[in-house]
Design a binder for this molecule. Structure first.
Ligand SMILES: O=C(O)C1=C[C@@H](OP(=O)(O)O)[C@@H](O)[C@H](O)C1
Ligand SMILES: C=C(OP(=O)(O)O)C(=O)O
Length: 408
């Protein structure tokens, strides 16, 4: 297995990081663009594998949509293939076939799509035979498993002959991603209402528009974390906006408590060190992709923070709770469940002279543990795992002056 060695370093003076674009925004505009038959001017699409897979599947339109490990690509294309009345087989990596999709399939079947499971009920692979007639204009979707099912239904809603009312049932997680979907749809001229737990979208046409994808706030988080853990320095993150569509922009507020000051300027954010005030508790329900980043930062900084809202982490690229516990233990830290669904970060008291991080086929495991290099020598197994969202991540580490040594 390939392993990357990162030398210890703790000063990052004036580095400019040309962040990659957001894969979440990219995958939404690609679906909307396909539904408006490509009359839009879209720029800054993500280099992320999840987005490149979406581009290639939409362009080549093969009978088998193999999305690899991309959750949004799987969920959004399942709805897209249904509304465009195509016969498709949807599949992905072994892990993708363990990530549930039954809630979306049930919603699509309710509106009239014909979908069959080819393996285990409720999970990919599935065969889609399209949606020839709309059976219902109302669906109920539980909100506590994945918001991607709701986003997928929302993006096809304007094209349904009778429009769609989605009733969100129970607790709604990753709400910021539903808002991102609706905000993006608005930019393409779509009107909707969201009152209490009902979102209504009438039949209407997407209007061609110009859309520039913003840099990725989830990817930005690793640089905030690096500076939080460093002794000194300054980093500039390019292409981030103060009024972002992305919920992970919350990292600004979290990191303000963990010693990083953010100043929006020159089309990006300047990060500077400031005093750590301490992060006591944080609810990650609406920004789950920041959880690994903040857990590792707290473990390194000696912060006993309490985390909630981690329920969805177990069904992502890997079981991220288990993966975090295993890897934090390598430098004597932990993420301990102190009561059901309440976790406490137990920080490291003694740091080994080197730590080897296993990455569990999860890009965020590789990137979240990178800041450990401020305290010790780090090696990262299977470093190309970052390609899912941030293929230039290790090059950007080199830009920051980190010595990165690749070994087979
Ligand atoms: O809609 C999106 O772009 C995403 C929604 C979130 O997933 P869940 O809704 O499954 O939590 C997030 O974790 C994922 O990285 C991207
Ligand atoms: C969970 C993620 O992605 P997805 O669900 O789209 O595979 C992620 O990028 O952290």
């Amino acid at each position: 297995m390939e392993v990357l060695h990162l030398a210890q370093k703790s000063d990052f003076s004036s580095t400019h990081i040309p962040l990659p674009s957001s894969k979440s925004e990219s995958n939404r505009v690609l679906i909307i663009d396909a539904l408006t038959e490509g009359k839009n001017q879209i720029s800054n699409l993500a280099e992320a594998r999840d987005t490149q897979t979406m581009i290639s599947l939409l362009k080549k339109n093969p009978p088998l949509y193999d999305v690899l490990d991309a959750g949004t690509t799987m969920r959004f294309l399942t709805a897209y293939a249904s509304i465009t009345n195509q016969n498709k087989v949807m599949t992905g990596t072994a892990r993708m076939c363990e990530r549930p999709i039954g809630i979306l399939v049930d919603a699509l079947r309710t509106v009239g799509a014909e979908i069959h499971y080819l393996g285990v009920e409720g999970y990919p692979p599935m065969a889609i035979h399209g949606l020839s007639e709309q059976k219902s204009d109302k669906v109920k979707i539980r909100g506590d498993v994945s918001s991607q099912y709701i986003s997928a239904m929302l993006m096809i809603a304007p094209l349904l002959p009778k429009g769609l009312e989605i009733e969100l049932e129970g607790k709604v997680g990753s709400r910021s991603y539903i808002e991102m979907t609706l905000d993006t749809m608005s930019q393409f001229g779509i009107k909707y209402t969201w009152e209490e737990n009902k979102i209504k979208v009438a039949t209407q046409a997407y209007q061609p528009t110009t859309f520039a994808v913003e840099s990725d706030w989830s990817g930005a988080g690793y640089w905030f974390s690096l500076l939080a853990c460093a002794d000194s320095g300054e980093l500039f993150l390019a292409g981030l906006k103060e009024n972002s569509l992305q919920g992970d922009a919350k990292v600004v507020d979290i990191m303000a408590q963990l010693g990083v000051k953010s100043t929006f300027q020159n089309g990006g954010v300047l990060l500077q060190k400031q005093e750590v005030t301490g992060l006591e508790t944080w609810d990650f329900t609406h920004c789950p992709d920041l959880a690994q980043t903040i857990a590792v930062t707290c473990a390194i900084l000696g912060q006993n923070a309490t985390f909630t809202g981690l329920e969805s982490l177990k069904i992502k690229e890997t079981d991220r709770i288990y993966a975090l516990q295993q890897e934090l233990a390598k430098f004597n830290a932990d993420l301990k469940e102190i009561e059901p669904e309440v976790y406490q970060v137990i920080p490291s008291v003694t740091m080994p002279a080197d730590v080897k991080i296993h990455t569990y086929d999860d890009h965020r495991m590789a990137m979240a543990f990178m800041p450990l290099l401020t305290k010790t020598r780090v090696s990262i197994e299977d470093p190309s795992v970052v390609d899912k969202s941030y293929p230039s991540f290790w090059k950007h580490c080199q830009l920051a002056g980190i010595s990165v040594l690749n070994q087979a």
